[in-house]
Design a protein around this ligand. Structure first.
Ligand code: FES
Ligand code: FES
Length: 192
């Protein structure tokens, strides 16, 4: 067993865990954060997406011990004082869910892409969500909802919910070296 201390949705937990325990299972089974779901066993679907220190990760591909000392935000940490986060409201208003199974992961991934690019066009949204699968195939309205959320989250658009990091909503993060390399490959017509 390994002792970890993790802050999840603003609450700090200290637990002894098996080193092989996946973060998604820690969240669901130990903390009861069942809003984060498991949709595959191949790290393909993105249903388990959460933020780890503000970056989206598939929590089925992260060990709980790797989250030691980190801040995790799940779909359950977005609403404030009974008010849905603007992106949750946008999904609701745009009918961007059918069975809803993919929705938590879609929303957490969409927040990450909006932090990178607060003004995405449709193509950028589709690319940003390409790691998240909707088995109901409701992509059209999901994309619409994310574009709507971008409008709602714009500074001055109203009382906005906080981003899941200390970065203000919509603040572009500096690119990593890997992202810079990918961007230059794309610009040069290379493989992504
Ligand atoms: S459950 Fe994590 S990617 Fe499918
Ligand atoms: S709404 Fe059913 S999987 Fe996306």
């Amino acid at each position: 067993m390994t002792r970890i201390t993790v802050t999840v949705d603003g609450v700090t937990y200290t637990d002894d865990v098996e080193p092989r325990l996946l973060l998604v299972h820690y969240l669901r089974e130990r903390l009861g954060k069942v809003g984060t779901v498991v949709g595959c066993d191949t790290s393909n679907c993105g249903a388990c997406t959460v933020h780890l220190d503000g970056q989206s990760v598939k929590s089925c591909s992260v060990l709980a011990v790797q989250a030691d000392g980190c801040e995790v935000t799940t779909i359950e940490g977005l609403a404030r004082d009974g008010q849905l986060h603007p992106i949750q409201q946008a999904f609701h208003d745009n009918h961007a869910l059918q069975c809803g199974f993919c929705t938590p992961g879609m929303i957490m991934q969409a927040l990450d892409l909006l932090a990178e690019n607060p003004n995405p066009d449709e193509q950028a949204v589709r690319e940003g969500l390409e790691g998240n699968l909707c088995r109901c195939t409701g992509y059209q309205n999901i994309v619409r909802a994310v574009l709507d959320a971008a409008q709602r989250m714009r500074p001055g658009a109203g009382p906005e919910a906080e981003r899941t990091t200390d970065l203000p909503v919509g603040t572009p993060r500096p690119r990593t070296a890997e992202q810079e390399q990918q961007a230059s490959q794309v610009a040069g017509g290379g493989q992504r």
